[in-house]
Structures are given as C-alpha cells and as structure tokens.
Design a protein around this ligand. Structure first.
Ligand SMILES: Nc1ncnc2c1ncn2[C@@H]1O[C@H](COP(=O)(O)OP(=O)(O)OP(=O)(O)O)[C@@H](O)[C@H]1O
Length: 519
C-alpha cells in the first residue's frame, strides 16, 4: 500500500489504497470550503478557527452524537476541541467507495503520519491539516490499475454529493447576485479521469514535426477564425484547430485560457496542447475529439428525450459555472473566465451525451476588477468581435455597450444571458416537451422573429428597447417542469443584468429537475 499526503509520505503495511491530497478532482471542494470559511462564519469565531484544527464534517444520523462531541460544527466544517487529527471513513459497497464519516478524530489527539487503513469493507484515513479529510482521493496501488479510475471517481462523486453539495449551498450565499436559492447540486469534476490521452509535452507541441505525429483527417468545422480538423493521436481521435498565421492573437487568447491551471473539467473540452507549423506559419490547438460535434449541428439533426435534454443542460451549466469560478488550491490559482461567445456552435457534445465548452478565442481571463480602462478596452474588442460572431446570443447591454466598467461581473452576466438562449434552443428540440405535437425544427434564438443573422440595430430594438425574448410555448405551463423552465429562462435573460442568476444558481435549478417527469 502506498499512502502520501501533500509532500509527506508514509508507507504502512497491510493497506491497499493510496491517499493523495490536493488532486484536481477535489479542488472545487477546497474552493467552496474556503468561501464557506471566509463568508459563512461570523467574525467572532474567526480567531478560534485559526488556532484549532478544522475538519470537514459529514456524519450519518446514527453517529451524530459521537462525533459532534468532538467540536463545534458550522455548516460542513467542524472545529476540533481536543484533536489536531481529521478522520475520513469510507465504505466499499460493491466496488464503489462511499463516504461514511468525515469529522474530527475522536480517538487520536494527533496523527503526525497521514495514513489509510483497511478493515473489512471500511477504509479509515487520518490526516493532520485543516479540512484535509475533505480532500482525500483513494486509489488502489499501482499494480491494480483497472480499479484506479472507479475508486477515484467513486470517491470524488461521493464527495460531490456528500460534501460539496451542502458546502456549495453555503458558499453561494456569499455571491452577490440576486435570486440565489439553495437546492441540490452536482458536478462533472471527476469526468476527465477516464481520459486515456496524455497531454502533449511542450517539446512535442513546439516542434514543427509534431504535427506529423497527428494524422490529420477531414475538416469538421470551419469558424470565422480557424479550421478544425479531425485527427488521430496516440490511437485516439483528436480535433486540431488550425489558426492561419494572421490570427495569432486569437490563438494566443484561446491558448492562454486552456493553459490556465485547474482548467480540466468535464464541462470544458479537454485540451491536449498547441503547436506551430513552420511551412505556413499557422498555429494549432489540439483538443479531445467530441463525437457528436457542435450542439448546433446536433440539434439541427436530432430531437432529444427529456433525460437527454437534462444531461445536456446540466453539463452545459456545470461547465460554465466551472469556467466562471475562482479557484485557489495551494499555490495554484484559476481566475474566473468569461466565455463571451457562448452559442450552440461553441458547445460540443461528447460521446457520453454531455456538453463541453469550446472556443475561448474571445474569452477574457478576469484578473482585474477595478480598472475602467481595462474594461473599456474589452468592450472595444467586443464590438470588434461582433462583426464576426453571431450577434443573436449577445446580451442587450453588451449589444448596446452600456455596461458598468467598474465591475467585471457584466461579462459573466452576459454569458448567463447567452446560456439562457442556448437552454431555450435545447428545450425547443426536446420531444417530451412537445408530447403529442410536432417538435419545431431547430431554430437559433430570434431566428423566427428577426433572422439567423440579425443586425445589431434590429437586435437592440427588439431585445433591448422592446424587451422581447424568444417565445416560450404556452403548453409548458401545464407540464410538471414547465414553470421551472420558464422561470429559469426569465431569470437568466432579464434585461436587468444584475437580476440574472449566477451560473452556480442555474446549476442548482437544473439539478433540482427530475429525470422521471416522463416515463
Ligand atoms: N474538439 C472538437 N471535437 C469535434 N468538433 C469540434 C471540436 N472543436 C471544434 N469542433 C467543430 O469545429 C467548429 C468550429 O470550432 P470553433 O468554434 O472552435 O472555431 P472558431 O473558428 O473559433 O469558430 P467561431 O466562428 O465560433 O469563432 C465547432 O462548431 C465544431 O463543429
């Protein structure tokens, strides 16, 4: 057995799992916990929090007395009275590890060596840094690779349900936008674990020969700036997005977003590397191939069931929520990123039927929030961009250029407006939402009312001055989930950008929708 925690390691006998803290899969949890600590506790308790060990608290009802005695509990965090040691107990249920208990250790006062021990169906881990028990990834030892994914992902999934969910609700209260509701939450954080492709090394990606390592096949997409090819790399399908030499700035913007720390998430297309071709000076980005192509082309060809619809919407909103998130883990920081060009053409559908965001060529990494000139510059860029992208998804305030330059929130609020239009587009192709009637053909937002390529002036008049939106079928009022869908759209495409939901709130609302509305 191998166990290591942070930089220290310890190799006890008789155990069969490795334990690692600080993996990408648990970073969301850390972020939420930090937010919870910063925003949820009162100032008076802050001093004592700094001095005493804090552990993640998640205990079943039958054990509650035993563990609450070990220290005060606030939300999902326990402040240990007599121990510096955190405890995590996991139960193996038919190959999947479920969280049994997370709390302060009631038996040992200290545990200088973080370890995991297995006893029958239980694995008990102890560790000695704040909240460390909420950041445990268990994998069987390396000789047993086939189980690695399932255990790691299993624990992560349980963490998401058992730990992130309550803490997420707690943390969200700190976010300033209106209409925040506490509901159930999910995440795609673990879904990249099963990707067999290794990132390209910088050496591979930088040499001109590298492109010969990828077998370039047919064109799968042609955007305004780049051409996307299907390719083969390490026996897997990849997409190679090639920017002509003249679009280096676009390439650099997109590359910088993909290369941010902690950018790997199931809701964001998996980035593999970049390169340059000396023969024509073009730049390229290599991505995991999305089997079903863009959401736009998918919806054009297919209608979907309610279950498929839910999967698309939830994964899409989770991807955006992750993109918008501000994550800190140890010395690593992922700043929030505004997509700024969200449309059904810039959402891909993977083989498992979930969405992943792509095309960050217009995105902004939100490193500064107070510099008016900085945002003025971005607004100008945005206007420049408008002549290329479809304007139909652009929020009224961005179309008009009437935004508050003192805050970066408007860019994320603009993404939420675009998200609502993409959600509308998806729902309008859901056969279960048109039971007994013909499902409308795929239409872009405002295509019916204006045109697929409406001009900025017409959009400003219709969307901003007249405050009109794509029409919502009246019969949705009679469907079990119809009112929720309607409310979600109106809360996301509100003319008042401050009234729009945040991406985590959209996730919350979508996660509360049941898959069982239709048999
Ligand atoms: N990873 C991928 N897997 C499969 N298809 C992809 C992938 N990446 C891109 N595509 C296809 O290529 C199209 C164009 O990609 P992308 O939006 O990144 O290019 P672009 O030149 O930036 O386009 P835009 O005009 O939206 O700015 C997508 O709509 C999609 O159909």
């Amino acid at each position: 057995m191998h166990a290591n925690v942070g930089n220290s390691s310890h190799i006890p006998r008789n155990d069969t799992y490795s334990l690692a803290l600080g993996s990408e899969s648990t970073i969301m949890l850390q972020w939420l916990l930090v937010l919870a600590l910063q925003c949820g506790f009162t100032c008076t308790s802050h001093q004592s929090l700094l001095q005493k060990r804090q552990c993640v608290f998640q205990v079943s009802h039958k054990n509650i007395r035993r563990y609450t005695a070990a220290g005060n509990v606030s939300g999902s965090v326990q402040v240990c009275e007599n121990s510096t040691c955190c405890l995590g107990i996991f139960r193996n249920i038919t190959g999947e590890l479920k969280v049994e208990t997370l709390a302060c250790n009631v038996v040992e006062k200290s545990c200088p060596d973080p370890t995991c021990k297995k006893l029958r169906n239980f694995i008990t881990c102890v560790c000695n840094s704040d909240l460390c028990n909420g950041n445990i990834t268990l994998t069987p030892k390396s000789e047993d690779p086939p189980h690695t994914i399932s255990y790691s992902a299993g624990v992560t999934a349980v963490m998401v349900v058992a730990v992130i969910l309550p803490v997420a609700g707690f943390a969200l209260t700190a976010i300033k936008w209106r209409s925040i509701r506490k509901e159930k939450k999910g995440d795609l954080q673990s879904s990249f674990h099963d990707d067999p492709l290794q990132p390209l090394s910088s050496r591979e990606a930088k040499t001109e020969n590298y492109i010969t390592d990828i077998e370039i096949q047919q064109v799968v997409g042609e955007g305004h700036f780049a051409t996307v090819f299907q390719g083969k790399y390490q026996d897997s399908k990849v997409a190679v997005k090639v920017y002509p030499a003249g679009w280096k700035q676009k390439f650099t913007t997109e590359k910088e977003v993909y290369e941010l720390p902690l950018m790997r998430h199931g809701g964001i297309i998996h980035f593999l590397g970049t390169g340059w071709k000396s023969d024509d000076g073009s730049w390229f980005i290599v991505l995991r191939y999305a089997e079903y192509g863009s959401l736009h082309s998918f919806l054009h060809k297919h209608t979907t069931s309610w279950i498929q619809t839910l999967k698309l919407c939830q994964s899409l909103s989770q991807g955006l929520s992750y993109l918008h998130s501000d994550l800190h883990s140890h010395d690593v920081h992922k700043p929030p990123v505004a997509h700024r060009d969200l449309s059904s053409s810039n959402v891909l559908i993977k083989a498992d039927g979930t969405c992943a965001l792509c095309d960050f060529g217009c995105s902004t990494i939100l490193r500064s929030c107070s510099d008016g000139d900085f945002w003025q510059h971005h607004i100008q860029n945005m206007k420049d961009h408008a002549q290329f992208g479809t304007l139909n998804y652009m929020s009224p305030e961005i179309l008009e250029g009437s935004v508050n330059l003192r805050s970066h929130l408007f860019l994320m609020q603009g993404d939420i407006y675009s998200l609502s239009l993409v959600l509308w587009e998806i729902w309008m192709r859901c056969s279960d939402l048109f039971e007994g009637a013909i499902v409308p053909q795929h239409l872009l937002p405002y295509e019916l009312e204006l045109d697929a390529n409406a001009t900025r002036e017409r959009l400003i008049l219709y969307v901003s001055k007249m405050d009109k939106r794509p029409s919502i079928p009246e019969h949705w009022d009679r469907l079990p989930q119809g009112p929720v869908l309607k409310e979600l759209l109106t809360d996301c495409w509100d003319l008042d950008m401050d009234a729009r939901l945040t991406a985590p709130c959209v996730v919350d609302r979508l996660m509360s929708l049941k898959s069982s509305y239709f048999p």
